[in-house]
Design a protein around this ligand. Structure first.
Ligand code: PLP
Length: 411
């Protein structure tokens, strides 16, 4: 394995991280050497100018006020800030233990803070199950809302199945009832017309490395007037809700990446959607291979093909894909390195060995051709118990990684 080269595979794991767009690379390198954006001298003001320009770009792309855009270290921090911050602020205001409504398909960046709050006695929670396609019914979420509900957190689109939730309907209904709505739009942003104002959400989380920006930067949209308790305290940057020196280069790259992703979104949706559908159509012709998630394209992300494969072990499949130089994901588990079944797939009642193939802005017809070739070879061969002939390995990078076999990471 060449540890100095980031991408050598037929890369079908864009839902985990998609390569940065050229404009994002340029912005990152331009502003990497920035002064502290809070300093009053001219260099500080220049850095601050870059941060505020990015804030404007994000607000424009999201249809909210620049004042409502808070920069974070990524999607995980943005989700934690919204969930803990809103719950703690509510508790402080009312003196009551707040109730949260959430779903069984949330990313750990939401489900873990909820679990932690409940364990500490800082909140109670109701977790709503999805249907077999990973979508939750709006009425079921609304039925779970109680007088003491301070927060509803439902993701816009799921990272494993690509299931899209009806956030606009939920937002309208909850606004009428005066209940706060947070949505994790990390997977959705590159593909769906996310609109903070029209959807009537109170808080929303993004991560730049899912839409062509760099890793290590994200956004929490916190709407004007929303009480949020900060997670960390310090210099009071970003409305004192997220203290810390502005990461000028990362923030600038995040802004241009999102502006470009939004401009490119309709064309990308069509191009990548067609590639993903060709991939799925070519794989479900194999015996014992099913596509999971919503069947209506309006209800699923265009770039995710989630499959259940009968009769093969997930470790063996991962090893063979690595040998053939195809980067894909087993679907989920946990970030700690321990093997774990996906709670999302369990909640949706999905069986079989999971395989998530996710496409992105750099995906090509050749990627789809290669994945079809490899999977049509590997799946029957694994079922027949004939392992590792090495035939498809010839041009592959040979990046075998035993750790990966035990440790799929929820992304
Ligand atoms: N939420 C969802 C739906 C995700 O897919 C991810 C990414 O893995 C996250 C949150 C966390 O984002 P980050 O990796 O930027 O912390």
């Amino acid at each position: 394995m060449d540890a100095t080269v980031p991408f050598m595979s037929t890369y079908l794991d864009h839902a985990a991280s998609t390569p940065p767009r050229p404009a994002a690379r340029t912005a990152l390198s331009t502003w990497l050497e920035a002064a502290n954006g809070s300093a009053s001298h001219l260099d500080g003001q220049r850095a601050r100018g870059a941060v505020e320009a990015a804030r404007e770009q994000l607000a424009g792309a999201l249809n909210c006020s620049p004042h409502e855009v808070v920069f974070t270290s990524g999607g995980t921090e943005a989700d934690n800030l919204a969930v803990k911050g809103i719950v703690w602020a509510s508790r402080q205001r009312t003196g009551r233990v707040p109730h949260i409504v959430t779903t069984a398909v949330e990313h750990p960046a939401v489900s873990e803070p909820v679990r932690w709050l409940v364990e500490r006695g800082d909140a109670t929670a109701t977790v709503v199950d999805p249907g077999p396609d990973g979508r939750v019914a709006v009425e079921v979420v609304l039925d779970a809302v109680r007088d003491d509900t301070a927060l509803v957190s439902v993701m816009t689109a799921n990272n494993e199945l690509g299931a899209v939730q009806d956030i606009p309907t939920l937002g309208t209904a909850l606004r009428q009832r005066g209940v706060r709505l947070h949505t994790d739009a990390v997977q959705a942003m590159a593909w769906l017309d996310v609109d903070v104002d029209a959807w009537q959400v109170d808080a929303l989380a993004l991560s730049a490395h899912k839409f062509g920006g760099p890793q290590g930067v994200g956004v929490a949209v916190l709407r004007r007037g929303l009480p949020v308790e900060p997670l960390s305290h310090g210099g009071g940057q970003d409305r004192a809700v997220r203290s810390g020196t502005f990461a000028t280069g990362l923030v600038a790259a995040c802004g241009v990446a999102l502006a470009e992703a939004v401009a490119d979104r309709p064309a990308l949706r069509a191009r990548v959607g067609a590639l993903a559908d060709r991939l799925a159509a070519g794989l479900i012709t194999l015996d014992g291979v099913r596509r999971n998630g919503p069947t209506d394209p309006a209800h699923r992300l265009p770039n995710i093909v989630h499959l259940s494969i009968d009769g093969i072990a997930s470790d063996a499949l991962a090893l063979e894909l690595d040998r053939a130089g195809v980067a894909a994901s087993g679907g989920a588990a946990c970030g700690s390195g321990a093997a774990a079944a996906s709670p999302v797939l369990a909640a949706a009642g999905i069986e079989g060995t999971p395989l998530r193939l996710s496409l992105g802005w750099t995906s090509t017809d050749a990627d789809v051709d290669r994945a079809l070739e490899v999977l049509h070879d590997v799946i029957p061969r694994l079922r027949a118990g004939r392992l590792s002939p090495g035939r498809l390995n010839a041009g592959g990078p040979g990046r075998l990684n035993a750790g990966r076999l035990r440790a799929e990471v929820a992304r």
